[in-house]
Design a protein. Structure first.
Length: 86
């Protein structure tokens, strides 16, 4: 029993550490520019995001308050989801 418990615990700890690094980050701000053709979104604070080709626009327009869920892909901040704040 002990022989199985220690390796199982080690695997659980390793997987939880990997999941923590893969977590999305969140940024909130005002849209400075939004371009679906170029797949880009820039906030007033200078944060720039690349939108995936599968991105569905929830009605984002320049000047809107948004929350962007994103992750790093190579050296680019890639937006997973953009929500309009009310």
């Amino acid at each position: 029993m002990r022989k199985l418990l220690i390796p199982a615990a080690a695997v659980a700890v390793a997987l939880s550490a990997v999941a923590g690094f893969a977590a999305d980050k969140t940024t909130t701000g005002v849209v400075k520019s939004f371009n679906m053709k170029k797949h880009s979104l820039e906030l007033a604070d200078g944060s720039k995001f690349r939108l995936t080709k599968a991105f569905k626009n929830p009605g984002v327009k320049d000047g809107a308050n948004v929350t962007v869920s994103w992750h790093m892909y190579k050296k680019t901040q890639e937006a997973d989801k953009v929500e309009i704040m009310k």
